[in-house]
Write a protein that binds this ligand. Structure first.
Ligand code: ATR
Length: 262
C-alpha cells in the first residue's frame, strides 16, 4: 500500500519537500505519496487531525505552524522539547509524536561539506526560532563554544539563559550585532535578513573560517562577504535536504545518504 505523507504550511507552494521525499523513496524503494497541504492560518489543528484520521503516516510542518505543532503533540523528542518547535509528526500507539529535525539537518549538511564541528567555536547570527532549533544538535556534534549575536541583544540573552542548562558541556554567550568581534571556526546566519532582502554587514574585525547561510535560493549579503574574504561557504540547501532525510528515516526506518541529493 502507498504510504501517505504531507507537508503543512501557509504559504506552502514554495516547499521542496515533496520532490525530496519522492527522490528518497525512489532511491530506497519505499512506496509513498507526499503532498503539500495549505492550511488556513486558524486551521492547523483540524487539518492535521484530519490527515492522521485518514491514514496519514507522517507530516512535516513549516512556517508558521511549528510552535503550534509543538503544543499539539502528546510525546516529544528531547531535541523538540529544547527547540520548542516541531517540524516532523507521526502517530504511534494512538499518540501524536513530534520531533525537530532542523538542527540535525544543519549538522549533517556541515559534516557533508567536510567541515569539522569537534571542539569548534561557533558564532550564530540571530536569536529567533531558527537559532533555538540548532543549538542542542550543534553541541551534541561537538561544538564547545557558541556565541549568539542578535540585533536585539535582550533576545540573545534570553535564549542563552533558556538553553544553557540543556547544553552544560558547551559555553553559551550573547552579543549584540554591534559588539561582534573575535575569531570563530564557523559563522552561521540564522537571521531572516536574506529572506526579507536585508543587508547584514559583518565588521572587518570579525574573523571566521567557514560560513553557513540557513536560507537558500535567495541573494545573501552574508554569503557575498564570505566569498569576498575567500572563506568556504554554503547556503541552506544541504540543511533542507538533511532535515528531510532525518524525517524520512524516522518514518520509514531507512536513511538515504545526504551526499546523493546535493
Ligand atoms: P526565525 O524563526 O526564522 O528565526 P524570527 O523568530 O522572526 O524568525 O527571528 C528572526 C531573526 O532574524 C531575529 O533574530 C531578528 O533579529 P531581532 O531579534 O533583532 O528582530 C533577525 N533579523 C531579521 N532581520 C534582520 C536584519 N535586517 N538584521 C539583523 N538581524 C535581523
Amino acid at each position: 500500500m502507498t504510504k501517505q505523507f504531507a507537508v503543512i504550511g501557509n504559504p506552502i507552494e514554495q516547499s521542496r519537500s515533496p520532490e525530496l521525499h519522492h527522490a528518497f523513496a525512489a532511491k530506497t524503494g519505499v512506496n509513498l505519496d507526499y503532498k503539500k497541504i495549505l492550511a488556513p492560518l486558524d486551521g492547523f489543528e483540524s487539518t492535521t487531525k484530519d490527515f492522521f484520521a485518514h491514514d496519514g503516516i507522517g507530516m512535516n510542518v513549516t512556517v508558521p505552524f511549528k510552535e503550534q505543532a509543538f503544543a499539539l503533540c502528546d510525546q516529544l523528542t528531547e531535541r523538540a522539547k529544547i527547540a520548542k518547535a516541531v517540524n516532523t509528526l507521526w502517530m504511534q500507539d494512538g499518540k501524536l509524536f513530534g520531533d525537530n529535525t532542523d538542527g540535525q539537518g544543519l549538522v549533517a549538511a556541515i559534516q557533508a561539506l567536510g567541515w569539522d564541528l569537534k571542539n569548534s567555536r561557533i558564532l550564530i547570527l540571530g536569536a529567533g526560532g531558527a537559532t533555538r532549533g540548532v543549538i542542542y544538535p550543534l553541541v551534541e556534534a561537538g561544538a564547545k563554544q557558541i556565541v549568539i549575536a542578535n540585533r536585539t541583544l535582550a533576545r540573545a540573552e534570553q535564549l542563552v539563559s533558556d538553553l544553557k542548562d540543556a547544553v552544560p558541556q558547551a559555553q553559551l554567550s550573547a552579543l549584540s550585532l554591534e559588539q561582534l568581534v573575535g575569531e570563530f571556526d564557523f559563522v552561521i546566519n540564522a537571521t531572516s535578513a536574506s529572506l526579507t532582502g536585508d543587508t547584514l554587514q559583518l565588521p572587518e574585525c570579525l574573523v571566521f573560517h567557514h560560513a553557513y547561510e540557513m536560507a537558500y535560493g535567495k541573494p545573501s549579503s552574508f554569503l557575498d562577504q564570505a566569498q569576498e574574504r575567500q572563506v568556504p561557504s554554503a547556503d541552506g540547501f544541504g540543511m533542507l535536504v538533511g532535515q528531510a532525510i532525518e524525517a524520512f528515516s524516522i518514518w520509514n526506518g531507512v536513511k538515504p545518504e545526504l551526499k546523493d541529493f546535493l
